[in-house]
Ligand binder design. Sequence first.
Ligand SMILES: [Zn+2]
Ligand SMILES: [Zn+2]
Ligand SMILES: [Zn+2]
Length: 236
Amino acid sequence: MDKRDIVERTNFKALVEADGSDRLQDRLNIIDVFLDTEDHITLEEMIRLLKEKGYDYDPDFVRRCLNRMVELGFAQRKQFEGQPIRYEHRHLGRHHDHLICTKCGKIVEFANEEIERLQMKVAAQQGFHMLQHRMEIYGLCDECLAQRRPLMPLSMAKAGERVVVKEMTGGRQARARLAEMGLRVGDRIEVINNNGLGRLILAHDCTRLAVGRGIAHKIMVSLTDAPPDVICQEDK
Ligand SMILES: [Zn+2]
Ligand SMILES: [Zn+2]
Ligand SMILES: [Zn+2]
């Protein structure tokens, strides 16, 4: 346990003692295990870590203890999209934000003073006094990105991804169908929705297209970071 964690533990002990909380030693064991991990952990993961250290506590007690740590400002509860509730350290005077991989669930922390300053500025411009914010960037982590093949069927692209059409593999009929929709090789499109079933919704130029899964399977695309081809003009 490093120096900062010892200070946290002592501070926690003083507060729960003053509360007259029951099971003081059990609570201290829980905060020790919590301070020992740098991960964003779920209740189940916390229970597993405790078991590894030889503590077999009932889940309800662990959950209550974690929530008490949140109330007292030692932990914070986070729920990223598509993930269970997680707990992480809350160190006074230190703030960070998160990048979340939508494929493997990896969570990466970052701190950027410029982003923090800009957020306050944006809020102030609207007459807001900023109290808190959530800055979560969703995407694919470097490892997941590396696993992707350079060419994939459009049906595999995720919502939010921008892709370039590279090849149409279907027969003449499928190609004619795409031409009808105005899709050509070299076009850049953005995936608005792809829920893994049914049709995909795409942004192409200034229109939204609904493309059947069968056809989307025949359109080979590659990822791009380039902005869309056409900037849609606002109505005059
Ligand atoms: Zn922030
Ligand atoms: Zn990943
Ligand atoms: Zn974090």
